[in-house]
Design a protein around this ligand. Structure first.
Ligand SMILES: [Zn+2]
Ligand SMILES: [Zn+2]
Length: 140
């Protein structure tokens, strides 16, 4: 947490208590919340916070490489504080998003052979299906 705060201070970002609360909420958060989820949660402690503040803070974090957008549904962006390369498994029933840390970089070479002239610098794969809870509900 301290290291994160230092990082933003160095890049000249003003850290208001509300912004700090958002950073704290996201730190280590693996639930891939939407802006609305974050807004609702921060609002409990900061009733005067506006949705614009949440949105602007998310944009600021994105610009400073502190956050990635998971665009599964363009109308409902999810945010992920884990900026390391990883992939996502998405449950089509309940919308659960789970991190996958398998390294597919070897496969990129195979793809590069197919797309002439491209050299890939990154990758993000979405896997779709049903999560354990949804599968067992269906089976029972
Ligand atoms: Zn599910
Ligand atoms: Zn993730």
């Amino acid at each position: 947490m301290e290291a994160i705060i230092e990082k933003y201070k160095k890049s000249g970002v003003k850290l208001t208590p509300q912004r700090l609360a958002i950073i704290k909420f996201l730190e280590g958060n693996t639930s891939h919340p939407t802006a609305d989820d974050i807004f609702k949660s921060i609002k409990k402690d900061y009733p005067t916070i506006s949705f614009a503040t949440v949105y602007n803070t998310l944009e600021m974090l994105k610009t400073n490489n502190g956050l990635v957008e998971v665009t599964i549904n363009p109308e409902r962006k999810h945010y992920d504080p884990n900026v390391e390369t990883h992939h996502h498994a998405i449950c089509k029933s309940c919308g659960l998003i789970v991190d996958i840390f398998t390294d597919f970089s070897k496969a990129l070479g195979v793809v590069e052979d197919e797309v002439s002239g491209f050299v890939f610098s990154g990758n993000h794969i979405n896997f779709y299906g049903r999560c354990g809870d949804c599968t067992s509900e269906r089976d029972s």
